[in-house]
Design a binder for this molecule. Structure first.
Ligand code: FUB
Ligand code: ZN
Length: 667
C-alpha cells in the first residue's frame, strides 16, 4: 500500500505553501539568477561568505560553456539552484504552473549542459580547479552538491516526468559509483558534508537500482573507520591552496569522522552534517533492513532531542564549527540553531517515522515544523534567518563579536544561502510528512488538514484549526476496502494526559501505544470522530543541567513555543518576571501579524534595582522594586516580523513565596 495523493487543506500550512509558491520561488529565482539587487549579508560572521551577488545560475552557464568568466560565490553555490528546482518540483504538485515548469525545464537543460560527459558536475571545480576533482573531499562539497542535484532530479522527475532531470541524476550517481566504493582503484571515501547518502537512497528507491543503495550504505559504514579516508587525502593537501575554506583542517568530529556512526554516543560536530548523516543512515537502514544501524540512528536522535536540543527544536550550540558542544550546553544568545539544522532534524524525523513510527519522533517532527524551521523565514517570504536565537539583544548582535552570527532581523539574502531554499523545499513538501505506512498500518504523525487517498482505496480526511485549536475531526473511509484498515494516530506528548475521543459510533481505545492511538476500521465502514486535545498554555522549566535556563520559565501552547518581544513588553526583557503559578489568557488574533494566530498574556512584573547612587552599576544598598505589568507572548516562529528589538523565549521565574509582602509584588 502507498499514499497516492494527499491534498493539504490546512489554513496554517496553506499560508506557508502559498507564500513559497507565489513569493519565495520567484524571489529566490531572481536572486540565484542575479536579476534582483538585494543586500546580501554574511550568514555567520565568517569572511568567506562575503559576496555581492549569488551568481549561481551564471556559474552553471560558465561551466556549460554558454558564458565566460570565473566562478563566484560560495564553492557549494550550485546546491542553491538544485534546492530551488526541488522546491519547484513540490509546488507544481499543488499549484500546477506551465510557465514555471517551462522555466524549470530550462534550468534542467542548463544543468545537463554543465554536466561533464562522465556525469561529474561541480561548477567550482570545473571552472577553477579541474585538476583538484575529488582530491579534498572533506572540504570540497562536490558530493554534497551532487547529492542535492540527485534529490532535485528525483523530485522533479516524479512530478513532471521530465526524463532529462532523472537522466542527469543517474549519470551523476553512476559517476560516483565508479569513483567511490570498496574496490581497488576506487576512492574509499564519503562526503565531507553528508547529503549524498540520503539522495542516493531516493534514487535507489525510484530506479530500484541496488548499486546506488550499496554506495550510500558503503559511505555510511566507511565514515569514521581507521585509517581515515579524509586524513589520508589531507596529508597530500597540506601545501595546497584550494582557494576556498582557508585555514586549518577542522577536527574529525566536525565531519562525524572521529568514530563510526555505530560508536557515536551523541550529536557531534557540525549540526547540519550530523542531521543529514543520520537521515541518510536511517534511510539506508530501512532499505537494507539493517536493524542495528536503525537502532543506532534512533539512539543518537533520541540523545540529541533529550540532551542537545533547544525547546524550539534548534540544534547546534556554538557558532564555532556551527555545531554541537556537550550535553545540556544550550546557551540562548550565542547558540547556532541554524535553520538548515532544524530542517535536517525534520528530514531525520521523517526518515525515522517511515522506518519505525514512534511517538517521540513525531513529537520531534512537530517541534521542528512549528518552531525551529519556520522561524527561519519572515512572513513576507523574502527575509531569512540563518541562525535562530532564543534570546536577542540587537545591540549585542552589533557590538559583541561573539554574537556576530546572531541577527535581530532576517536578511534579504545570505552569502552562504543554504537555509532559504532548504526551508522552501521543506515547506513545499510538508504533505509528505503527515503519513507513513508500516506493516499495512497507516500512521498519521501530524495534525495537518488534508485529504489523503491510499492505493488500497482508503481515504482519510483530517480537519481543524491546528496548531491553534486541539479540536480535530477525522474521517476514515474504508467503504471500498476488502480488509480491515489498521490506523495509528499520533497524540503529541504535550496532550497525552488530557485528550478525548468523541464519537457516536466506533469504539476507539484512548490507550496510547508508543504515542499512537491504534484501531482498525472494518472493511466496508466509514468512521468519523473528533479528537479533542486540551491545549492550555503550559509553563515549562528546564532541568538544572541546562544552566542557561535554570530558574526561568518558557511558554508553550500545543506544539507552539512562545516568546516575548520588546515591541510588546518594552526593553530590558531580562527584568521581566513571570509568577510560578501565573494565570494565562490566550486569544485569537489576526491583526498583529496579518495571519491567524493566538497570543498569550499573563500578569508579570518588571523588577528593578534602585539605589541612592544610581550612577554606580553595583550596589550594597540596593532596593529591589517590582512593578506589575501584563506580559504579552507571541509564537516564537513569528518573532522579528515587526520592529527590531529584544526577544526572549525564557523569562525569569518569580517564585511568589520569595516576595515577602503583597505590597512589594504590586508596588
Ligand atoms: O556547508 C554547506 C552548508 O553551509 C552547511 O550545511 C551549512 O551549515 C553552511 O555551513
Ligand atoms: Zn543553512
Amino acid at each position: 500500500m502507498q499514499i497516492e495523493q494527499d491534498k493539504v487543506q490546512d489554513e496554517f500550512w496553506n499560508y506557508y505553501r502559498r507564500i513559497v509558491q507565489t513569493v519565495v520561488v520567484p524571489y529566490q529565482w531572481k536572486i540565484i539568477s542575479d536579476e534582483a539587487t538585494v543586500k546580501i549579508e554574511r550568514a555567520n560572521g565568517n569572511s568567506s561568505d562575503m559576496v555581492q551577488q549569488s551568481h549561481a545560475i551564471q556559474n552553471l552557464k560558465i561551466a556549460a560553456g554558454l558564458a565566460k568568466g570565473h566562478f563566484y560565490g560560495e564553492w557549494f553555490q550550485d546546491s542553491d539552484v538544485y534546492k530551488w528546482l526541488e522546491t519547484v518540483a513540490y509546488t507544481l504538485r499543488y499549484a500546477p504552473d506551465p510557465d514555471l515548469e517551462q522555466q524549470a525545464d530550462q534550468v534542467v537543460a542548463l544543468i545537463g549542459q554543465a554536466q561533464q560527459a562522465d556525469g561529474y558536475l561541480d561548477t567550482y571545480f570545473q571552472i577553477e580547479r579541474p585538476e583538484r576533482r575529488f582530491k579534498h573531499v572533506s572540504k570540497s562539497h562536490e558530493l554534497y552538491c551532487m547529492g542535492h542535484y540527485i534529490e532535485a532530479g528525483v523530485a522533479y522527475f516524479k512530478t513532471t516526468g521530465n526524463q532529462k532531470a532523472l537522466d542527469i541524476a543517474i549519470k551523476m550517481a553512476d559517476c560516483l559509483t565508479r569513483n567511490f566504493g570498496p574496490k581497488p582503484g576506487q576512492l574509499h571515501g564519503y562526503p565531507g558534508h553528508p547529503e549524498l547518502e540520503l539522495a542516493l537512497t531516493k534514487l535507489a528507491e525510484l530506479t530500484e537500482s541496488r548499486k546506488y543503495l550499496d554506495l550510500a550504505a558503503y559511505m555510511v559504514q566507511q565514515r569514521g573507520t581507521k585509517p581515515s579516508f579524509f586524513a589520508g587525502q589531507n596529508k597530500l593537501n597540506v601545501d595546497v591552496d584550494e582557494g576556498y575554506w582557508p585555514g586549518i583542517e577542522p577536527a574529525a568530529d566536525h565531519y562525524q569522522d572521529r568514530v563510526p556512526l555505530m560508536e557515536m554516543t551523541r550529536g557531534e560536530g557540525h549540526a547540519v552534517r550530523m542531521a543529514y548523516l543520520l537521515t541518510g543512515a536511517t534511510r539506508v537502514a530501512s532499505l537494507t533492513h539493517d536493524q542495528a544501524l536503525l537502532a543506532a540512528c534512533q539512539r543518537l536522535c533520541r540523545h540529541i532531542s533529550e540532551k542537545q536540543m533547544y525547546l524550539t527544536g534548534g540544534v547546534g550550540s556554538t557558532a564555532n564549527g556551527e555545531g554541537y558542544t556537550f550535553d545540556y550546553d544550550l546557551p540562548n544568545d550565542t547558540m547556532y540553531c541554524e535553520t538548515c539544522a532544524s530542517c535536517g532534524m525534520a528530514f531525520l524525523a521523517q526518515a525515522l517515522l517511515q522506518a519505525d513510527p514512534e511517538g517521540w519522533v513525531a513529537d520531534l517532527l512537530e517541534t521542528e515544523l512549528y518552531n525551529g524551521t519556520i522561524s527561519g523565514m519572515a512572513l513576507d517570504g523574502q527575509h531569512y534567518f540563518y541562525v535562530n536565537p532564543l534570546e536577542v539583544d540587537p545591540q549585542a548582535c552589533r557590538f559583541d563579536p561573539q554574537k556576530a552570527h546572531v541577527k535581530a532581523t532576517r536578511s534579504a539574502w545570505l552569502g552562504c544561502a543554504c537555509c532559504p531554499p532548504n526551508l522552501a523545499r521543506l515547506i513545499a513538501s510538508v504533505d509528505q510528512y503527515i503519513y507513513s505506512i508500516k506493516d499495512e498500518t497507516i500512521f498519521s504523525h501530524l495534525f495537518i488538514g488534508n485529504e489523503a487517498r491510499f492505493s488500497n482505496g482508503v481515504l482519510i480526511k483530517q480537519s481543524g484549526h491546528y496548531p491553534w485549536s486541539g479540536e480535530l475531526d477525522f474521517l476514515i473511509d474504508n467503504r471500498s476496502g476488502h480488509q480491515d484498515q489498521k490506523v495509528a494516530i499520533h497524540v503529541p506528548a504535550w496532550a497525552a494526559e488530557d485528550f478525548e475521543i468523541l464519537t457516536d459510533g466506533p469504539i476507539i481505545s484512548s490507550e496510547l501505544q508508543a504515542g499512537y492511538l491504534r484501531f482498525s476500521v472494518p472493511a466496508g465502514c466509514c468512521w468519523q470522530f473528533e479528537l479533542k486535545l486540551a491545549m492550555p498554555v503550559k509553563a515549562l522549566r528546564a532541568v538544572p543541567q541546562i544552566k542557561a535556563d535554570f530558574g526561568k520559565v518558557a511558554l508553550q501552547r500545543g506544539p507552539v513555543v512562545y516568546c516575548a518581544e520588546e515591541v510588546d513588553n518594552g526593553a530590558g526583557l531580562q527584568q521581566l518576571l513571570l509568577a510560578s503559578h501565573a494565570e494565562f489568557a490566550h486569544h485569537a488574533d489576526q491583526r498583529t501579524f496579518g495571519i491567524r494566530t493566538e497570543l498569550i498574556t499573563a500578569q508579570g512584573w518588571r523588577r528593578s534595582v534602585d539605589s541612592r547612587s544610581p550612577h554606580r552599576p553595583y550596589h550594597s544598598d540596593a532596593n529591589q522594586t517590582s512593578e506589575p505589568l501584563t506580559l504579552t507572548f507571541i509564537p516564537y516562529f513569528l518573532w522579528a516580523n515587526r520592529r527590531v528589538g529584544e526577544m526572549t523565549v525564557w523569562l525569569q521565574e518569580a517564585n511568589t513565596s520569595l516576595f515577602s509582602t503583597e505590597h512589594q509584588l504590586n508596588d
